[in-house]
Write a protein that binds this ligand. Sequence first.
Ligand SMILES: *Cc1c(COP(=O)(O)O)cnc(C)c1O
Length: 220
Amino acid sequence: MTDIEANYEEIRKGLPDHVTVVAAAKTRTVEEVATAVRAGITVAGHNYLQEAGKMVGAFGNEVKWHMLGHLQKNKVKKAVQIFDVIETVDSWALAELLDRHCAAMDKIMPILVEINSGREPNKTGVFPEKVDHFVQRLADLQHIRVQGLMTMGPRFGDPENARPYFLETKAAFDRLAAAGIPHIEMRFLSMGMSNSYEIAVEEGSNMVRIGTKLFGPRTE
Ligand SMILES: *Cc1c(COP(=O)(O)O)cnc(C)c1O
């Protein structure tokens, strides 16, 4: 068995069945991702449009692709062609543009709203106290469908320190689910990476994005 297969087995063993593992494929090769898919990965994510464009074509319908990086407005059209889910919607301007391109392609794009749970000024994402109003507005757009929330949270050496940020994002998720806004689903809560996913799942995550622990350390 290759390392990637052993790593996936190890990760999966520690997770409840309802948690989806998104293979974070940035800097990885098609061969590495193909190995992960043979091991059982069905959802992969990418941060960079160019590389993702090349990679996605190598896989068929067996893999769903999520955009994990910040989406620049001039790249929305390409992103709509490549991805099955955009996890990083964080502004009305971006949402509207996505909606427009999806309409032109007769497509409905599932999206997650990215939460800046650490309220870090130089990071992307909607502040937790702004998300309710933002999601209300998104309900009017016909060609995107909100299916949940995503957060990165601040980076710490000790992932235990990330717990309050996961908690706060889960609280927003529950609040929005209870609000019962038409066309809005709270199905996916994407939180947790290699060093923090176990804590994120304890706090209610059902979608973890894993690169290093699956593929090994990034060299680039
Ligand atoms: C790279 C990346 C991950 C995975 O990070 P690891 O620490 O390698 O597991 C998860 N989410 C996003 C948005 C990323 O860019």
